[in-house]
Design a protein around this ligand. Structure first.
Ligand code: BMA
Length: 334
């Protein structure tokens, strides 16, 4: 149910935080861990699986599987890293693996994991596949540095896979969300700017990135993305929504002007990096229409928030339809 906040402008909160937040912290870990955050998420039969980013006390991250029947409590956590960096065979993972996004690709019968490999030349996008979250098969790096915040779509368009990602080119042109295509998940091209970071005072000025993978809904591909606001007190990571055309994901149908979720609670405002909400996974229960969003709080813990898909879509229906751009890469005027 939609909740009206107590603020006088009758601002509507789409997502409800779970009262037991944070639902996972480093204290829950079966082996020494500094922080646990930014987890990919999926539902496999009656089990919620999180692929959790775990940072050790060198500052390097690996990924570990946590399983739960209710998606909230009684997590069964692997006793050692499930997906550890392998710099001997994959040099681009020398400083760790981070921020996984999970996509079930039905035609392959496997999950495709898009994650950040932290190479000595900077972060880049790598892909891996798994059928069971026990054995992982690396497909290797697919985008050169700097690039992160990637997720693959669950199905092809025409005969091509599609992936959202966020390259950073340097300079002052901003870091935007891009869409690219591939015949085989290895070779990527036909690159398009999908969403531009806005400019100036906007909450999503200069740097944006995809948060969880695109979610298929009857009205389009639902995107939850983060905007990074640089302030004298540090960065603020907040979340907004967009909707893409189901058959042509290059077409942006709607984009929220306002952020819809922001660091407010102590576990979001204070931690290793203050003022960060960073979801890498969400799960839609098609029977109830409930969306569960799993997000990192302040790069320190994992929290859960929920919303009804219907409420999210009716909010987006009232959001502006961005002007169509004539060709990729053109700058919007905001
Ligand atoms: C981003 C990513 C995330 C992190 C966030 C806030 O660039 O590296 O892993 O949660 O910064 O520190």
């Amino acid at each position: 149910m939609l909740r009206e906040s107590k603020s006088p402008n009758l601002h509507v909160e789409l997502f409800d935080r779970h009262p037991g937040n944070p639902i996972l912290t480093a204290q829950d870990w079966p082996y020494p861990a500094h922080t646990v955050f930014n987890a990919g998420a999926c539902q496999v039969r009656d089990e919620t699986i999180l692929l959790v980013r775990v940072e050790d006390r060198r500052g390097h991250s690996h990924l570990t599987v946590a399983r739960s029947n209710d998606g909230i409590s009684n997590w069964q956590i692997d006793s050692k890293p499930s997906f550890a960096p392998d710099p001997t065979n994959f040099a681009e993972e020398s400083w760790g693996v981070e921020d996984p996004r999970l996509t079930w690709v039905e035609e392959r019968g496997e999950w495709i994991i898009a994650y950040t490999a932290y190479s000595s030349s900077g972060p880049l996008v790598s892909l891996a596949a798994t059928k069971d979250f026990v054995t992982f098969n690396r497909l290797g790096p697919v985008m050169p540095p700097e690039d992160k915040d990637a997720a693959v779509f669950p199905r092809r368009f025409g005969n091509r896979y599609a992936m959202i990602h966020r390259p950073v080119s340097g300079g002052s042109s901003g870091a935007h969300i891009w869409l690219s295509f591939s015949p085989d998940l290895t070779h990527w091209g036909d690159h398009h700017v999908l969403l531009h970071a806005r400019r100036g005072a906007w909450w999503d000025a200069n740097k944006i990135g995809l948060s969880p993978p695109p979610l298929e809904t009857p009205e389009g591909w639902l995107l939850l993305y983060h905007g990074v606001r640089h302030t004298p007190g540090g960065c603020l990571y907040r979340l907004g929504l967009a909707l893409l055309d189901l058959e042509d994901p290059r077409r942006v149908l709607r984009r929220s002007d306002e952020w819809i979720f922001a660091p407010e609670k102590s576990y979001e405002r204070q931690g290793d990096v203050n003022g960060v909400v960073f979801p890498c996974g969400w799960i839609l229960d098609k029977k109830t229409g409930l969306i569960r969003v799993y997000y990192g709080g302040a790069d320190t813990c994992i929290a859960l928030a929920t919303a009804q898909l219907d409420d999210v879509l009716s909010y987006l229906r009232k959001c502006p339809a961005p002007e169509p751009r004539q060709r990729p890469g053109m700058t919007q005027s905001e």
